[in-house]
Design a protein around this ligand. Sequence first.
Ligand SMILES: *[C@@H]1O[C@H](CO)[C@@H](O)[C@H](O)[C@H]1NC(C)=O
Ligand SMILES: *[C@@H]1O[C@H](CO)[C@@H](O)[C@H](O)[C@H]1NC(C)=O
Ligand SMILES: *[C@@H]1O[C@H](CO)[C@@H](O)[C@H](O)[C@H]1NC(C)=O
Length: 525
Amino acid sequence: MQINRAKSKKSNSNPVLPSSVKMRNSRVSSKKPSLLTRTLYLILLFAVSIFIFLMFSKDIFEDEQTPIFYSDSESDSHLHHQSEQIRSPAHFVDEQSPASTFSRGLRPCIKPTAKYKVARESNRYLTVKSNGGLNQMRTGIADMVAVARVMNATLVIPNLDKRSFWQDSSVFGDIFDELHFMRSLQQDVRIVKELPRLLETVPRARKHFGSWSGMNYYENMTHLWKEYQVIHVPKSDSRLANNDLPLDIQRLRCRALYHALRFSPPIELLGKRLVERLRSRGGQYIALHLRYEKDMLAFTGCTYGLSDAESEELRIMRESTHHWKIKKINSTEQRNAGLCPLTPREVGIFIKALGYPPSMLIYIAAGEIYGGARRLSELTLRFPNVVFKETLATQDELKAFSHHATQTAAIDYIISVESDVFISSHSGNMARAVEGHRRFLEHRKTITPDRKSLIEVFDKLDSGQLEEGPSVSNIVKKMHRNRQGYPRKRSGPPLGIKGRARFRYEESFYQNPYPECICKSQDHL
Ligand SMILES: *[C@@H]1O[C@H](CO)[C@@H](O)[C@H](O)[C@H]1NC(C)=O
Ligand SMILES: *[C@@H]1O[C@H](CO)[C@@H](O)[C@H](O)[C@H]1NC(C)=O
Ligand SMILES: *[C@@H]1O[C@H](CO)[C@@H](O)[C@H](O)[C@H]1NC(C)=O
């Protein structure tokens, strides 16, 4: 109707207009479409720019689910509270980053999904012997919690490894808060202190679960329940795949590792106290996992910079350690491939090149440094403010933990997770576990040295092609621009690896629990 009327009006008016008006009118009418086009063009441009803005501002990984209420608020608030308390507002001298975290609004998210069911009682039992050092055991136990859940089993508090070269007689309750472990997972898995007496004598299935196994594997393993009421697992490390597991199982692993496996009260207390002591000294500190220990050097066959006598000592240790399979190692080739722990001197050059001032407080999270004070002086020359737990704590405070390598490692772990910057001189279970935990805690800064590229720089320094100073600093900073623990999704297997072997080479779930346990969410914890 309206269109018709307008049309008729137009056709009516045109013939009676004087030519001048007609002309103006035609000019106006020829202008009119171009105005309209421009308006449309502007609207389109606006729409496109809004679209582009939305595309880019939207985080690539989103919280995939709406969490339901999960009654583990006690341990949640504990963790939150603890980390808030310890982390004083940092006075940052770090020139590369104004803050100690790269969270970008990403937070831990470990609540189960809406379809998650509270665990039922089960009269089938899983007994576990946890192997390895502290962090191998921790991640292995977290895996076993998930396996018990998948297999509908009651988990018996794991036995810890006492035979590894850690030679530690500690039991579970010495290292972890046992009651807290059982309570905080009560919705997920039933956990008991001991196997019921009646079952102690029944035959058990002794099962070495396949490494990096998925859901199908463990669901299939429930056929063992037809014959047995107890399954014994003699080895707990890396039994569960990193990827392609249900979201609820992945989050359970995070709840187990980051909340349930809290250290025992004496360890937590001393760890916290030492963190406070470090903070009172300088405000911020680097935790350096200086893995320059005898066993690591012997195992990796890295003798760069060592005397002949030292190299010989390490060779003998390697030859005589039965479970180290590789005996003949060419140290030069090993080092060039980036497989050697950085030496104290190399670490010193590295941290200096990153731009940290000589006054920087550095906590050494490690056991005994091979070569002792003499070798360490190559680091303290550049950074005199180097402290160990032995210099930070009193003898009295440490007395209860000496001769318990696992417990002192736990103290190092706490101090490393809480540090402003974490740097590891070598990759390994501790470095991976701390990195993952720091990613989980809003991406605290974690610098991973690119050892292979750094060796080239160090060799040029040795041969005089380069000199320590701004140019080396620029090279090293550029090299590590993307190695500081920024949020990124866990990487899958490297290209070109087929079959089951690929699971071994995937990035570890516990090194980077993103995206499953880290989300952009309002009600995160
Ligand atoms: C575990 O128990 C639940 C419920 O009791 C059942 O639906 C599920 O199939 C069981 N899983 C296995 C692997 O037996
Ligand atoms: C399940 O386990 C049995 C016994 O170990 C094995 O023979 C079978 O191939 C497995 N099935 C699957 C689907 O893995
Ligand atoms: C170790 O490897 C380097 C580089 O490939 C080579 O030059 C050297 O001769 C090797 N040393 C021994 C003892 O084989």
